[in-house]
Design a protein around this ligand. Sequence first.
Ligand code: NDP
Ligand code: MG
Length: 380
Amino acid sequence: MKKLSLLGATGSIGRQTLDVIREHREEFSLAAFSAGRNIEETRKIIREFQPALVAVARQEDADKLKSEFPFLQIMHGEEGLVETAVFQQADMLVNAVLGSIGLRPTLQAIEAGKTVAIANKETLVTAGHLVMEAAEKHHVDLLPVDSEHSAIFQCLQGEQEKNIERLILTASGGSFRDRTREELKNVTVQEALNHPNWSMGAKITIDSATMMNKGLEVIEAHWLFHLPYEQIDVILHRESIIHSMVEFQDSSVIAQLGTPDMRVPIQYALSYPDRLPLPSARRLNLLEAGKLHFERMDQERFRMLALAYRAGKAGGTVPTVLNAANEAAVAAFLDGRITFLQIDEMVERALERHESIAQPDLETIQQTDKETRNFVHSLL
Ligand code: NDP
Ligand code: MG
């Protein structure tokens, strides 16, 4: 029995992780979890999974829950996230919280020797060097949950790094893949949230529409698979059936295929190196799919992808700025405070004014993250 602690249990990935636990009660249990502000859902999860520790974002919610569940340990704020991540009874952390707030809990879990299944890509983008260094130092496995990275991880089983020619990440193109930049001027939040293939949380759905999601994933792949950016390519693949591929030196290409269902990569991270049945997942029917299409990524149209490559290559605190500016700008778009195209503009402006600091430590990263968010807020 693997005992899990789960950050972000009330989110899209969090709920699907709970689905996987439900399908395999003899294999997995929930020892601890965190939520943000969704207290109604938190109550339901407590009743169903009977964990020993729960963390929520706000103190007033923690106080409420303490009076309702007197025998449960309940925490709040960033400390709550960290305590959930390092919870002693858990063998593995599933990090499905949103944003760079997941960084400190991830580092601490690694230091505590926990295996980490990581969906929280912002953590790897903002401080990939710190996370990978810590994982190496403490001999901890970092297992990808993001579907592209899970695909690559699966393609690489039994392979050596030196055999890799390049990684090929697939991109669905997001909600606006067939619109020109001109046509994006007046798009609404509702339109942007309407992803053609995947059902996901709001922030990542917007990131998919701006193509920042693929940019963040390129940086995530750079860290997870120790490869230079020159060996990481992106290709547009509308059907989201090939989740990514690896080309090897002998010209062989290995791909991982499946219907777009995040429970598959979540479960693979949880059961790795084993595989378990997943009866609720829809099976891939290639005859029904018929054709698969591939197109070149237009770097002019999808400026954020080009920007992310540049930020990743620049290194230092530049990816931290890219991520923090994007988090703040996407939140402002979702709040109806800026237009869709202003997301790109704000990220560009934050990057322009930033002077990079090489090899930043945790404090420098957190400081840069905060300053960048303040800068974006000052533009609103
Ligand atoms: P959601 O917005 O659906 O969920 C986010 C979770 O984080 C919720 O549980 C939310 O709590 C919690 N949370 C948000 N802010 C805070 C905070 N300040 N303090 C504590 N908890 C907080 O996001 P997703 O599940 O879509 O995404 C989670 C991560 O997984 C992201 O990094 C995303 O990029 C990545 N990912 C997601 C995929 C998907 O299919 N959704 C696919 C691949 C990667 P509450 O709702 O209770 O406020
Ligand atoms: Mg992905």
